[in-house]
Design a protein around this ligand. Structure first.
Ligand code: SUG
Length: 470
C-alpha cells in the first residue's frame, strides 16, 4: 500500500513579488507590489496543518538561504555585499529579485519523483527540476537536490539524479508537469508527463518543414520540453507501457497556464482536467484509459470540465485545478491504512474557487453527482502565494510512500502540532509584514534574515533556545 506523502516548501521571509514568473499572469499583475511574508508563511503553515490533520504525512522543507550571494557575485557587482545589493537595485532589479527569490516555496517544482514500484530497477528515482526557464528559480535545483537527499537518503534503493543539463532544450519544471495515477492501493502506477514544446530541431526528430508546422507557441515560452520529460522517464527506468506523454494546449499556455497543474490534477484513480488542457491527445488518453483498466480491473475516473462550464480564464483566475485531491488517513503514530474499495476524497481548493461563480457552481454540481469520488470541498486561503501564481497544489511535492519508506525517513521536518507551533512562533515574531525590493537594501535586513534562519533551524531540528542561547 502506498499513499502520497506531502512535502511543502516553507515560505521564507523574503517572499516578494518580482514579476518574474514566465507566462504567469498573477506574477506579472503583482509585479513590485508590496508583499507580506508573515501572512504568506502563516497561510502556508495553516494549509500544511490542515493536510496533516487529515492523517496524511506532511513534511516541510526549510527555506534555502537568501540572498544567494554567490549568484549575486556572479553578475560582477563590486564592493561589499551591501554595495553590491544597492548596485543591483539601481541597475538590475530583476537580478536582485532573483537573488532574494522566495519561489522555492512552490515545492511542486522541486522535482519529478517516482516510487520503486514504478521502475524496472525497483528504485525510488528523484530528479530535481532544472527550472532553466527563469533565473530566479534556476538556483533552486541544487538546493532542492540537497533537501531531497537529506530527506530520502536513508530510504532503501533510491537514485538521486542530477538536474537535467541546464539548457533551453531540456527545460524541466518537475512535478508541476507530471502526474502519477494509480489504483487505490497505489501499487500500480501510471506516469503521465505533460510538455509544452516538442518542436526543437536540435532534438533531431523532425524535418525543418515539420519544425515550422509544429511551432505552436506565440506569447509565452512553454516551460517543459518533451525531450526533458522523455529523458526523465528514461532515467527513472519507467515501464514505457505505463508511461504517457501529453502535449499542453498552446492556447492554454497563452492564457496563463504556465504549468500543467494549473489546468489538470490527479490523485490515485482520478484525473480531473479542463477541456483545453491538452492538444492532439486523444490517442494517448485512450491508451492511458485502456492500460489503466486492463491493469487495475477498474476504469480510470476521468472528469473533463468543459470550457462552457469553466473557461480557461476562470480556471487561471480561480486555480480550480491547482486544488489538492486528498484521501484522508486515520491519524496516529503509524500510518493506518484506511483505503476501502471506494475511498472518499477531500478536495482542498483555494478560496478563489468559492468566489468565482462558475467554479463554485461546478464544484457544487460535482459534489452532488452520484459518481464523483469526492466527499467534501474545503476552502483554504493562500492569498499571498496566489498573488505569485501558486495555489495549494503548487506548494507541495508528493512522494508516494509505503509504511516501510515512511519509517525510514528522518524525524525532523514532519509536521506535528509542536513543530507547527514552533515555526509559527518564529514567523509571528520575526517575519516582516511588508516587503518591497527597497527592503533588501536596508542595512540591517541581512542580519535580520540571518537571525530568522537560525530561529527556523532551532524550531525545525527541535533544539530548544536554552541549549543554543547566544
Ligand atoms: O514559477 N511564481 C512561480 C509559481 C509557481 C507555481 N507552481 C506550480 N504551478 N506548480 C513560477 O512562475 C513568481 C515570482 C515573482 O513574481 O517574481 C513565481 O516565480
Amino acid at each position: 500500500m502506498l499513499i502520497e506523502i506531502n512535502i511543502d516548501g516553507m515560505i521564507g521571509p523574503t517572499h516578494h513579488y518580482g514579476g518574474l514568473g514566465v507566462g504567469n499572469l498573477a506574477s506579472h499583475a503583482h509585479r513590485l507590489q508590496a508583499s507580506n511574508p508573515r501572512q504568506a508563511a502563516m497561510e502556508g503553515l495553516a494549509k500544511a496543518k490542515l493536510v496533516s490533520e487529515l492523517g496524511i504525512p506532511q513534511f516541510l522543507w526549510l527555506p534555502p538561504q537568501r540572498p544567494n550571494l554567490e549568484l549575486l557575485q556572479s553578475f560582477g557587482f563590486r564592493g561589499s555585499v551591501h554595495e553590491q545589493i544597492k548596485e543591483a537595485f539601481l541597475t538590475a532589479p530583476g537580478v536582485l529579485s532573483a537573488v532574494f527569490s522566495g519561489a522555492f516555496m512552490w515545492a511542486a517544482n522541486s522535482a519529478t519523483v517516482t516510487p520503486a514500484v514504478d521502475s524496472q530497477d525497483n528504485r525510488y528515482h528523484f530528479t530535481p527540476a532544472n527550472l532553466v526557464s527563469s533565473l530566479h528559480r534556476s538556483h533552486e535545483a541544487s538546493e532542492r537536490k540537497s533537501s531531497m537527499e537529506n530527506t530520502f537518503s536513508s530510504v532503501d534503493f533510491h537514485h538521486h539524479h542530477d538536474p537535467l543539463p541546464y539548457c533551453v532544450l531540456l527545460r524541466d519544471e518537475g512535478a508541476a508537469n507530471h502526474m502519477r495515477l494509480s489504483d487505490p492501493t497505489g501499487e500500480l502506477g501510471f506516469n503521465v508527463f505533460v510538455y509544452g514544446e516538442d518542436d526543437s530541431p536540435q532534438a533531431g526528430t523532425h524535418s525543418e518543414q515539420n519544425h515550422e508546422d509544429r511551432r505552436t507557441f506565440s506569447k509565452f515560452l512553454p516551460r517543459q520540453t518533451k525531450l526533458a520529460s522523455e529523458t526523465i522517464a528514461r532515467h527513472h527506468r519507467l515501464n514505457p507501457d505505463s508511461t504517457f506523454f501529453l502535449k499542453q494546449h498552446p492556447a492554454a499556455i497563452d492564457a496563463g497556464v504556465f504549468h500543467n497543474d494549473v489546468i489538470a490534477t490527479s490523485h490515485e484513480n482520478v484525473l480531473l482536467h479542463h477541456e483545453f488542457a491538452f492538444i492532439d491527445a486523444d490517442e494517448e488518453l485512450n491508451r492511458l484509459e485502456k492500460t489503466f483498466e486492463s491493469r487495475t480491473g477498474k476504469p480510470l475516473i476521468r472528469v473533463m470540465v468543459p470550457n462552457s462550464t469553466v473557461s480557461i480564464e476562470e480556471s487561471v483566475q480561480s486555480y480550480l485545478f491547482n486544488s489538492q485531491l486528498l484521501t484522508p488517513q486515520l491519524s496516529g503514530t503509524n500510518l493506518q491504512w484506511t483505503h476501502s474499495s471506494s475511498p472518499r476524497m477531500i478536495f482542498l481548493c483555494p478560496t478563489q474557487c468559492q468566489q468565482t461563480a462558475s467554479v463554485k457552481r461546478f464544484l457544487d454540481a460535482f459534489l452532488a453527482s452520484s459518481d464523483n469520488p469526492v466527499d467534501e470541498v474545503k476552502y483554504v486561503s493562500v492569498a499571498q502565494s496566489m498573488a505569485g501564481g501558486g495555489g495549494p497544489a503548487c506548494l507541495r511535492l508528493r512522494v508516494p510512500a509505503d509504511q516501510r519508506t515512511l519509517d525510514q525517513l528522518p524525524p525532523f521536518g514532519r509536521l506535528t502540532n509542536q513543530l507547527y507551533d514552533a515555526l509559527l512562533q518564529v514567523v509571528e515574531k520575526h517575519y516582516p509584514a511588508h516587503l518591497t525590493l527597497e527592503t533588501f537594501c536596508e542595512v540591517d535586513f541581512l542580519n535580520h534574515l540571518n537571525r530568522i534562519e537560525l530561529e527556523l533551524e532551532r524550531a525545525y531540528f527541535g533544539v530548544s533556545s536554552d541549549q543554543t542561547k547566544d
